[in-house]
Design a protein around this ligand. Structure first.
Ligand SMILES: Cc1ncc(COP(=O)(O)O)c(C=O)c1O
Length: 376
C-alpha cells in the first residue's frame, strides 16, 4: 500500500507550531476558508439579496451533510454544535419527576451539565455509571443495563472525549429500546471517524462537522428518529417555529452567520480528495507509533483503551505531573515548546491526548517527544 503524503499545505496552520490536538477545535482547510470568505463578501455586497438566498443554500448544504453521514435527510437538522444537539434532544424527551437520566463517567462535562439542568427542571436525578477504561463492550453494556430501572433516557458518547474510546451504541440502543428507554448519542467526535455514525437506531444523535470533517466551526448535525421529529424544536424560537418539517425548522435561526453551514460541504470534498478512509487508517497507524515515541520519551506508556478512536491516543503522564495545574502547563507548552496538546484525566490517571489529521506527520510526534521531557 502506498503511504499518503502529509498535507499541511492544505491548511493555514502556523508551521512553527506542532498542532497535535485536532480533537478539540478542529482546523479548517484553506479551500473551505476561501469559500467562506467568498460567501461573506457576497453577504456584505448586498445583505438583503444574500438573506433571500440563504434558505435555498442551507437546503443544499444540509442534504450534502446528511448524505456524508449516510442518514435520512428528513431527520437531519443543522445545529451549532454537539452541545446544542444534545440540549435540543433533552428538551424534547419526556422526563417524569423521580426518573433517572443515565450517563457514564466518560461523558463530556458540558453534556453532564445539560443532564443536570434537565434533571433539576424535572425533579429527576442524574445517575453516573462507572465504566472502567479497559472494559470490553459486553461489560459496558452490562454495567449500563444494570442502572436502567426508572431511566427516562440514556445519554451516551459514541467516542469519548477524555478517554478516546468507542462505545457499543447499537447494543446499548437494543437494551434500552427493549425497555422503551430513549437513547441520546453524543456523537461529537464521530463524523469522519465512524462511517454512518447515526445508523444505530438511537432516538437522537448529535455530532460535529467542525471536528474531524474539518468544516468551519459551529457546524453540527442533529439526527432525530421518526418518532420524535414532529416534537423536536430548535433552541432558538424564530420564524420557522410553525414549520412542520423538522430539518427546515432548524435552518433559519434568526439573523446569524450562515456562511459556515453553507461552506461546510467544501471540507467534505477536501476529505474526499485526501482519500479519507485510506488516510484515516494510515493516520491511525502513524499515531500508534507517534504515541509510543512520546510515551518512551516520558518514561510512561500508551493507555490501553478497549476500542480506541482511530485518530486519538492517550499517553500516560508521569505521576509527578499535577493535572490540577494542567491549564497553566498547557499554556506553557504552547508558549515555550510551540506545541498544542491537551491533557485529560480519568479515574485519578492523567494523560496527554494526541490527535492526528492529514496535516500531521511522524516528525510531529518525534519533535514533541524531544521537547516535552524538559517541561514535564
Ligand atoms: C464527547 C464530546 N461531547 C460534546 C462535545 C461538545 O462539542 P461542542 O463544543 O462542539 O458542543 C465535545 C467537544 O469536544 C466532545 O468531545
Amino acid at each position: 500500500m502506498t503511504l499518503l503524503t502529509p498535507r499541511p499545505d492544505l491548511w493555514s496552520l502556523d508551521p512553527e507550531v506542532l498542532h497535535l490536538n485536532h480533537g478539540s477545535y478542529g482546523a479548517v482547510p484553506t479551500r473551505t476558508l476561501d469559500r467562506m470568505a467568498a460567501l461573506r463578501a457576497e453577504t456584505e455586497a448586498n445583505p438583503m439579496r444574500w438573506f433571500r438566498t440563504v434558505a435555498a443554500q442551507l437546503t443544499t448544504s444540509r442534504l450534502e451533510l446528511a448524505s456524508f453521514l449516510q442518514t435520512d435527510p428528513d431527520g437531519f437538522a443543522l445545529v451549532a454544535n454537539a452541545s446544542a444537539g444534545v440540549t435540543a434532544a433533552l428538551a424534547t424527551l419526556p422526563i417524569p419527576a423521580g426518573s433517572r437520566l443515565v450517563l457514564t463517567n466518560h461523558a463530556y462535562g458540558a453534556v453532564r451539565y445539560a443532564a443536570e439542568r434537565f434533571a433539576r427542571m424535572n425533579q429527576a436525578e442524574v445517575v453516573v455509571v462507572d465504566v472502567p477504561l479497559e472494559a470490553d463492550d459486553e461489560t459496558v453494556v452490562e454495567l449500563i443495563e444494570a442502572e436502567l430501572d426508572g431511566a427516562a433516557v440514556l445519554i451516551v458518547d459514541q467516542i469519548t472525549s477524555g478517554t478516546v474510546r468507542i462505545f457499543p451504541i447499537a447494543a446499548l440502543v437494543e437494551v434500552c429500546h427493549a425497555r422503551d428507554i430513549p437513547v441520546v448519542v453524543d456523537g461529537a467526535h464521530a463524523p469522519a471517524l465512524i462511517d454512518a455514525p447515526a445508523a444505530d437506531g438511537a432516538d437522537f444523535w448529535s455530532g460535529n462537522f467542525h471536528k474531524w470533517p474539518a468544516s468551519p466551526r459551529a457546524t453540527a448535525g442533529l439526527v432525530v428518529a421518526e418518532r420524535w421529529r414532529s416534537e423536536t424544536l430548535p433552541l432558538i424560537v424564530s420564524w420557522s417555529e410553525h414549520d412542520e418539517r423538522m430539518p427546515e425548522r432548524f435552518d433559519m435561526q434568526g439573523t446569524y452567520d450562515y456562511a459556515p453551514w453553507i461552506a461546510a460541504p467544501e471540507s467534505l470534498r477536501v476529505l474526499a480528495d485526501l482519500d479519507w478512509p485510506v488516510r484515516r487508517t494510515q493516520l491511525s497507524a502513524m499515531l500508534d507509533e507517534g504515541a509510543k515515541v512520546v510515551a518512551k520519551a516520558l518514561g510512561t506508556g500508551v493507555a490501553e483503551v478497549a476500542r480506541s478512536a482511530p485518530t486519538m491516543r492517550l499517553v500516560e503522564l508521569p505521576s509527578t505531573v499535577d493535572l490540577s495545574a494542567g491549564e497553566a502547563l498547557k499554556q506553557r507548552i504552547s508558549r515555550d515548546l510551540k506545541a498544542e496538546i491537551t491533557f485529560t484525566g480519568f479515574d485519578g490517571r492523567g494523560f496527554i491526548r494526541l490527535s492526528a489529521h492529514a496535516y500531521n506527520s511522524p516528525q510531529d510526534y518525534e519533535s514533541l517527544a524531544a521537547r516535552l521531557p524538559g517541561v514535564l
